[in-house]
Design a protein around this ligand. Sequence first.
Ligand code: HEC
Length: 157
Amino acid sequence: MFNSKIFKIVVIGLSFLFSGNALSATLEDLVEARQGIMKLYAVNLDYLGDMLRERIPYNKKAAQDAADNLMALATFKSYTLWPEGSGMDNPQLRGKTWTKPELWQNKAEVSALQQELIKALEVTVYNAAWSLDGIQESLKDVNGVCNGCHKKYMAEK
Ligand code: HEC
C-alpha cells in the first residue's frame, strides 16, 4: 500500500540532498578561496623569512616543506576561483575583494607573472635543502613577483 507519509519524507530528504550540492559555490566563496591561497603563500613565505631572520632555527626539512608548499600553491589550478566579473567593480563584492578589474584585461601578463613565480620557486625549492644563503637570494625574486602583481592588480585595503 502506498504510504504518503513515507513518500513525503523521501521527497524532502532528496531535496535536502541536492540543495547541498558542491556546485553551488557563491562568488563570495570563490573570492574567499583565492584569498586563502594568497594567505597560504604569505604564511609559508614568512616561515622561510623567519629562518632567514633567525627567529626560528634553520631546519632543512621544514625549509624544504615550506618551499614545496609554495610551489604547490603556485601550480594549483585555481582559474575557477577567478571568474570574469569577480573584481572590486562588482557591487556584490564591495568590501570583499581587492582584485582590480584590470586583471582580466591583461590575462597574458598575469599568466606571465605566474610563470615567473614558478621559476623563482624552482630555485627556492632547489636551494631550500642546501643553504640559507641560497634561499635568501631566491626569495628576493619570489617577493619581487608577489609585489609586482599586487602593485598592478590588487588595490590597497
Ligand atoms: C598574478 C598575480 C599575483 C601573484 C603572483 C601573487 N598575488 Fe597575492 N594577490 C593578488 C590579488 C589580485 C589579490 C587580491 C585577491 C582578492 O581580494 O580577490 C591578492 C591578495 C593577496 C593577499 C591578501 C589576501 C586576503 O586575505 O585578502 C596576500 C596576503 C597575498 N596576496 C600574498 C601573496 C604572496 C605572498 C605572493 C607571492 C608568493 C602573492 N600574493 C602572489 C595577486 C597576486
